[in-house]
Every structure is written in structure tokens, then in C-alpha cells.
Design a protein around this ligand. Sequence first.
Ligand code: 5AD
Ligand code: SF4
Length: 476
Amino acid sequence: MSHDTATLDATSASASAPEAAKPRKVFVKTYGCQMNVYDSDRMTDALSKDGYEATETLEEADLVLLNTCHIREKAAEKVYSELGRLRDMKKARAKDGREMVIGITGCVAQAEGAEILRRAPAVDLVIGPQTYHRLPDAVKRAKRGERVIETDYAIEDKFEHLPAPEKARTRLRGVTAFLTVQEGCDKFCTFCVVPYTRGSEVSRPVAQIVSEAEKLVDGGVREITLLGQNVNAWHGTGPDGTEWGLGDLLARLSEIEGLARLRYTTSHPRDMDDSLIEAHRNLPKLMPYLHLPVQSGSDRILKAMNRRHTAAEYIALIERIRAVQPDIAISGDFIVGFPGETDDDFEDTLRVIEAVGYAQAFSFKYSIRPGTPGAEMDGHIAENVKAERLEKLQALLFRQQNAFAEACVGKEIDLLLEKPGRMPGQLVGRSPWLQPVNVDANGCEIGDIIKVRITGTGRNSLFAEAIGWRADLKGA
Ligand code: 5AD
Ligand code: SF4
């Protein structure tokens, strides 16, 4: 996925760039999670100070950044194959006397930086996720001929050094935005690389988050999704000196006028504290959607995964959340074929899925991440068994997702209009439960929240009709 910053405000970017006669162009290719999308935007912002404008056309880029993800299998191989293409392009450019700087950022850079520099001579710089504020300087050094590697965990706070989103730019990015509030993870699930690539858990301070959220809202953003690898482990100190959890932070952000909706992702079951559960009862701006991965339904496998909760505790937690917010859509992540998983363990996972009823889900075959404890475990499962289990699990989840969507038909909901649809006069928005909804909304604008009635379901979206006249439509 290449991200959407190509529409950066060119005048503001080049005005602050004394050394740039002609604006230079940066192409960022973003892989993986929303946090990488957020980081790509912040990197582009940081580079704009040196006269770089974002482009979505690789051919016109002077600087190419691959913002990589390590959570999926064969992540490094994908990067090397992309680098093969870039190397050829760089060579062709060199013949015409044109420069092309290539940088690798993100979690693959963090995990395999030195190896990348060794294997791929075309790469000029490698920067891990904790050191993005040093990117502009690294680019300058690379242009002077140095091969730069910055993967030490920074002691300084990268967020203090990265520019906050600017008004004009965020407006161009649309009416929804991500805001990173927490990074890293101390949970050490035995299948996962995140604690090694993103480092230990760090929370951003309240004042920094509030000021960034206010800037986003000033720039036209109506919905903010708080991001963190372990977002509900976020903690901080409130202005009154008391210890705050994510529920308190959401309550503070709810007070921002003009902000209509809040979401957060991704959560760990062990960090769903009372204040966060209560926030789902008390904060009308907090959308009824919760991504709460369980990974497996077998207590034996959960233990081997170091999840530190049981299946029954997870189900009880979902029940507590539904007791305060019956309307909530639950989403999850699942891994099948973790080392040692028997047919009975797998059946336990299906039972948890039956008990919970998911509106949305992401499911994966276990695959080895070198350096994680899971890689060293006995009892690795054959590929064909994993594939069979995944198919069965996905069929069940698919039925649940369809049932959830079907149950929406006939409901009257608020819809935040986000972008034009395929048909003239059509706009696409998100339901409170995060489903894309297509609606004929003549006269309405992107950013409006309108009342609609759901009329039908599509493959991955819903259809709706606007209710009433335009004057009645303007929502919160
Ligand atoms: N194998 C398969 N899936 C994994 N995930 C993380 N690591 C692995 C792995 N080694 C999945 C988990 C996580 C999601 C982001 O990716 O389900 O929640
Ligand atoms: Fe990885 Fe999430 Fe487990 Fe942390 S809590 S180790 S990010 S799966």
C-alpha cells in the first residue's frame, strides 16, 4: 500500500526550504499496520522542512523509502525483491546523472538493518522506528555518500522531535486520522516480533496527545483512532497529577469540540481495565467497536503463547464489556497451527468464536519469526494441517461477519461521510462499527455526519439511504 500524502501542500513545503531550488520528491511505500501509515506521514512531514514533497509516482522520486513491516511471513524477502527493482532504476538514473536515495525504515530495518546494508548495496540508509526524527539528517548524510544505519533505541523521545501534523496537510488527509499514543510492547507473546522491533512499552504524555488531537481537529479531522501496539496499556499523568489510563485519556479527548468520534486499536485482554470498560458506557463519542485479539481458544496454547489469560477469562471480559455497551462490535485476531496445537486445541478456538460472535476478524497460519521463543518450540504443525484449520476457522468467522452485517439492515445509524463513492452523488462513510457504507447523499459534504437507514449488504460494505431532507441531515 503506498500511502496518501501525495497531495501535500506544495507551497508550504518548499517555502521553508532554502536549499531547494526545485522541490525534491519523496516516495514512501508503506507496508503493514496503521502505525506504519502514521509514521510514514510523520516522516514525510519531517522531510518537508528540507523541501521534500510527497509523490505517488516512483519515477519522479529523488528519495524512496520502504516503510516495512515484520509481522507477516517473508517480510524481508519482499523487501529484497522490491529492492531489486529499485536497484535497476537507480542504475538507469545514474547513467543520466540523476540521483536516487533509497532508504529502508520500519520493523524490518530495525530487525535486519546491518544485513540489508550488506546484501543490498543500492540501499543508502536504514532507520528503525524509534529514530525517525533523525531521518532528515540521515538523508543529508546519505547524499554526501555515507551509508547510514540508525537502529539504536533512542533515549530521546521521537515524538518531541517529529513535527506535529500541520493544519493544511491534515485537511488534505481527510476527515479521519490516526494518532499514535503508545509504542512498543512488553508482553512478549511467544509468536511475535513486535517487542524486539518496536522495543518496550512507551506512552506519550497527555499534553502532547491532546495538542496533536486539537491540531488534527482544527485541520478538519472528525474522527481520531488512537494507535498503539498495546494501546490499552497506555498510561500517563493527568493535569491534576493523578495516574490516568486509556479510559481517562479518551474522556479528555472527548471534550474537544468538533471531534465527533474516537476509536482505539490494538488492545490486549489483560489491559482492559474498569475505566476503559466504563468509557464504553459513558462516552458517546467512543465508537462501539473493540479489536481485542484472543489468538487461540485453548488454555494450553494460550499458555504456550504467553498470553497470560485463559479462554474463560476472555469470554467473561467480553461479557462485561457487552453489559455496559450491548451494541459493541467485537473484532479479533487468531493464529491457527501454533506449535503443539492439537485438533482438540483447535476445536477450543472454534468454541470461543461461537461464544463471542465476531463482527470482524483477522486470522493467520502460525509462521516462524526467527528470534522468538515460538521458533524454538517442538511440535511445529504441517502446512496442510494449518491450511485446513484456517479454512474451517475463516468459514465460521465469515458466517459471523455476514450475520452481523445482515443484522444491520433496517437500522438507523449515524454515518461519517469520508470520501466520494463510485457512482455520481454517492458518498462512502463508516458506520459506528467500522463498516464502509455507500449512500446517495446529494447535497451532503465529506465530513458531515448524517442519519441513514441501512438498506442492504454488499461484499465488504453496506448500502444505505439518507433519511429526511438535507436540513435534517447535519449531525453532531
Ligand atoms: N504467525 C502468525 N501470525 C502472527 N501474528 C503475529 N505474529 C504472528 C506469527 N508469528 C498475528 C497475530 C497478531 C497479528 C497482528 O498478527 O494474530 O495479533
Ligand atoms: Fe505482539 Fe501484541 Fe503480543 Fe505485544 S501483545 S507481543 S504486540 S501480539
